[in-house]
Ligand binder design. Structure first.
Ligand code: AMP
Ligand code: MG
Length: 413
């Protein structure tokens, strides 16, 4: 039995970031940029107005007061998306909307709210406008290149693409970008007792839920599930399913069940015959039976069969492996310090307790979920929004103690 951190280190040592591919920028959401992005344009591409108001020369407002306003002749009206040949000369103004190019001759914009349009309550184009304050030169002007300068390195290789990075790529005129490929993850259930979700359940049988929770987690963390279905507890069947996955070019195998003491041999035999076994059994609860190896260069994580153990192990080991394959440089679960609301007895292994974390005035609080909590009780995961972590060696937690909780719903970390 090896500690959780050691198991994770071994898994991470055996997985590498995948190669890049060019995709439409919206396909890049949640993925990692595999190229440096330089700009070949200035953004904004021209000086423009940051407000609805009047484009003027600031010098014309010198000495302006409520009693003695500056009076400027309005020579044009300019909306965003349009240009004008009219030049702002001393004593004149162009009525201008947000985003419209600053007219030639103008150096400043005065907001409608500081003009006679506001005073009179007539929000419309007139022949003349009055200004009541001196205005600062350059006010309300967004200068060309303020956001991004031509030639500038805008996004570094390795950047996680969020909505804002995708918006920046769009503003640079890049409909596509190079990102690290999504891992194709084979999902394989093993067990004589299993039937598919659409099938009738016969005597002694159960439906295979792990295939679905695993595939959903693969999708959630940016991978592509490749479902191989159910293999009976027979070496030959497991072997041929694995061949199927290898032929499909998967980047990672996830099996479920068949790694506990009774029937561990199936996965071991196949791993032994086709590749290597790096470790088996981790000092954690739930999720002790976990196997890790590789078959013809493709890593294989053998998850436990119990549905809760499978999910908890997925979060601890498969998620980091997938994020590393996706090119991410960090894979910690989003974690908060919590105040535990009641006593907890724990064992020698690292405990991942299904818990409800909620925010109160003095910080985050955690309670272990109510109801049955066996590692086969998948609805205990439904009741949880976090995994409360009791470290190795801590066998008694008292109400009021502080621990860390991994948040299950704080997507993507
Ligand atoms: P095993 O690791 O084969 O001893 O399985 C442990 C428990 O997990 C048994 O109760 C199995 O019936 C159950 N189990 C195994 N595979 C699945 C699956 N795909 N979906 C739901 N439960 C499963
Ligand atoms: Mg079994």
């Amino acid at each position: 039995m090896i500690p959780v951190d050691e198991a994770l280190r071994l898994i991470l040592d055996h997985v590498q970031p995948l190669e890049p591919e060019r995709v439409h920028i919206l396909e890049g959401l949640g993925r990692v940029l595999a190229e440096d992005i330089y700009s070949d344009v200035d953004i904004p591409p021209f000086d423009n107005s940051a407000m609805d108001g009047y484009a003027i020369q600031a010098a014309d407002t010198q000495g302006a007061t409520t009693e003695d306003p500056a009076r400027l002749r309005v020579v044009a009206n300019l909306a965003a998306g349009h240009t004008t040949d009219v030049v702002v000369e001393p004593g004149t103004a162009i009525r201008i909307m947000t985003g419209a190019p600053l007219a030639a001759g103008a150096d400043t914009v005065v907001r409608f709210e500081e003009t006679s349009e506001y005073r009179t309550g007539k929000w419309e184009l007139g022949e003349q406008v009055e200004l009541y304050n001196e205005v600062r030169l350059g006010a309300n002007v967004r200068p060309r290149g303020e956001d991004i300068r031509r030639g500038e390195l805008v996004l570094n290789k390795g950047t996680l693409l969020r909505a804002q990075e995708i918006g920046v790529l769009a503003s640079l005129g890049r409909p596509q970008c190079l990102v690290t490929k999504r891992p194709r993850v084979a999902i394989l259930a093993t067990g004589d007792e299993l039937v598919g979700v659409e099938e009738e359940v016969g005597p002694g049988q159960i439906r295979s839920s792990n295939e679905y929770s695993n595939a959903a987690l693969v999708q959630k963390y940016g991978g592509i599930p490749v479902r191989l279905g159910i293999a009976r507890d027979e070496v030959q069947e497991l072997r041929s399913k694995i061949e199927e996955g290898l032929a499909a070019g998967v980047d990672l195998f996830l099996t479920s069940a068949g790694v506990s003491v009774g029937d561990y041999d199936i996965v071991k035999d196949v791993l032994g015959a086709e590749g290597k076994m790096h470790f088996w059994q981790v000092k954690m609860k739930p999720g002790k039976p976990l196997a890790f190896g590789e078959i013809r260069g493709v890593p294989l994580i053998g998850l436990p069969g119990n549905p809760v153990s499978a999910m908890v192990s997925f979060e601890q080991f498969v998620r980091p492996a997938m994020l590393k394959m996706l090119g991410r440089s960090s894979w910690e679960m989003p974690t908060v310090k919590v105040i535990v609301d009641h006593d907890i007895d724990s064992g020698k292994r690292r405990d991942f307790l299904r818990a409800v974390v909620e925010h109160r005035d003095d910080g985050y609080h955690a309670q272990v979920v109510r109801g049955p909590r066996g590692s086969g009780v998948l609805t205990s995961m439904v009741r949880a929004n976090a995994l409360l972590v009791v470290p190795e060696g801590v066998d008694r937690v008292k109400a009021g103690d502080r621990l860390e909780a991994q948040m299950l719903d704080w997507h993507w970390g």
